[in-house]
Ligand binder design. Structure first.
Ligand SMILES: Nc1ncnc2c1ncn2[C@@H]1O[C@H](COP(=O)(O)OP(=O)(O)O)[C@@H](O)[C@H]1O
Ligand SMILES: [Mg+2]
Length: 348
């Protein structure tokens, strides 16, 4: 069979660019060359941003078989408004593997562009991607489905109440500690646990640097777990992973530094809690209309899981959770990529 042309879209312009490059490199290296003809593309270049060559990112490893000239020009050609520039065969990829995180990659915008171009792509579509990126919106839908989520107060930069008033509202509802985070960010960027009212102002300032809306959430103390899901409408739940951050907080450092956190499979929670967690995870994926894969982050308190967020493009770095969960389910990384590409090409 002729190998499928796979364009691995990585990098981009979001605050998670470095992680995306690491994910993209890992994917490029693992794609089976018998089945695929992979080419890497920096999403930043699509929007005309100057970036360092992909081979010289902080992760250092040169990209294998990267030849943007082969079909890397397909998008600029399409964007120039001349369909004749996208040949029927030749330059056009059969599928785009989206290895982007955060805004401009995981939020439905790239997905919309690929829809317009008529090119299949891995992972969720426009709506599910946009919903999952907006934590407040996603929580509304999950709540409506009867899935437990932490309570929250939404703070908009443009109509920001006085911190003392907010602190009083928090004390009158879920109380301190509270978690402050930007509504649409990832990788724990701008996210903080606020233990005392007088730290609220600073935490909100920080969160609102990353997004015009911040969430103040009820703090759920307990066991942190994550559920990886594979599939389109009827996803299967991979083994639950428990995350134990060295610093006590699963922040950027804990997520990406080697040894920053320990991952325990299966998570050390009761069978009751695990069954609920799998059920909530599958229903969260379905409620948002995710496709291909997702990873649902949860906190388990007294056998009750709470969904924190749904990630539509989970990291695939060497220390990432979804590949680890797949491995534990007997799905090695190259086979995981095969599946994601098959889900992308599935018509249902
Ligand atoms: N309500 C909460 N209660 C307890 N811990 C939380 C809560 N919200 C977030 N956290 C902690 O912060 C981390 C990041 O939060 P999350 O909502 O998953 O955002 P993101 O991963 O997109 O930055 C979580 O992995 C968890 O350790
Ligand atoms: Mg998370």
């Amino acid at each position: 069979m002729k190998p499928l042309r796979v364009a691995v879209l990585m990098g981009g312009t979001s605050s998670e660019r470095e992680i995306s490059l690491s994910t993209g490199r890992q994917i490029m290296a693992a794609l089976d060359r018998e089945k695929y003809l992979p080419v890497s593309l920096d999403a930043a270049a699509l929007v005309g941003r100057q970036t360092a060559p992909l081979s010289s990112g902080s992760c250092g490893t040169p990209l294998p078989e990267s030849d943007p000239a082969a079909f890397g020009s397909f998008v600029p050609a399409a964007l120039s408004g001349s369909p004749a520039l996208i040949p029927e065969d030749g330059l056009r990829p059969d599928v785009v593997f989206i290895a982007l995180h955060g805004k401009g990659g995981e939020d439905g915008t790239i997905q919309g562009m690929l829809e317009l171009l008529g090119i299949p792509y891995t992972g969720s579509g426009v709506l599910a991607s946009a919903l999952a990126m907006d934590k407040a919106m996603a929580k509304r839908l999950l709540r409506a489905e009867g899935i437990p989520v932490p309570e929250e107060i939404l703070v908009r930069r443009s109509a920001r109440p006085k911190s003392a008033d907010l602190a009083a509202r928090i004390e009158g509802s879920f109380g301190f500690p509270a978690v402050v985070k930007p509504n649409a960010e990832g990788s724990t960027i701008g996210c903080a646990i606020v233990r005392e009212p007088d730290r609220l102002e600073e935490a909100l300032n920080d969160a609102l640097r990353y997004d015009s809306t911040a969430l103040i959430e009820e703090y759920i103390g307990g066991t942190e777990i994550t559920a990886g899901l594979l599939g389109n409408e009827e996803p299967e739940a991979l083994p639950l992973i428990e995350i134990v951050a060295k610093s006590g907080f699963y922040d950027y450092e804990a997520k990406y530094a080697p040894g920053g956190s320990a991952h325990i499979i299966p998570a050390r929670i009761s069978e009751t809690a695990a069954a609920l967690a799998r059920d909530y995870a599958i229903r969260s994926h379905q409620a948002l209309g995710c496709r291909g894969m997702s990873r649902v982050d949860m906190m388990v308190r007294a056998d009750q899981p709470y969904v924190l967020e749904v990630n539509t493009i989970p990291g695939m770095t060497p220390t990432s959770l979804l590949p680890e969960a797949a491995q534990a389910a007997g799905i090695p990384f190259p086979a995981l990529l095969d599946r994601l590409i098959a889900y992308a090409l599935a018509k249902e």
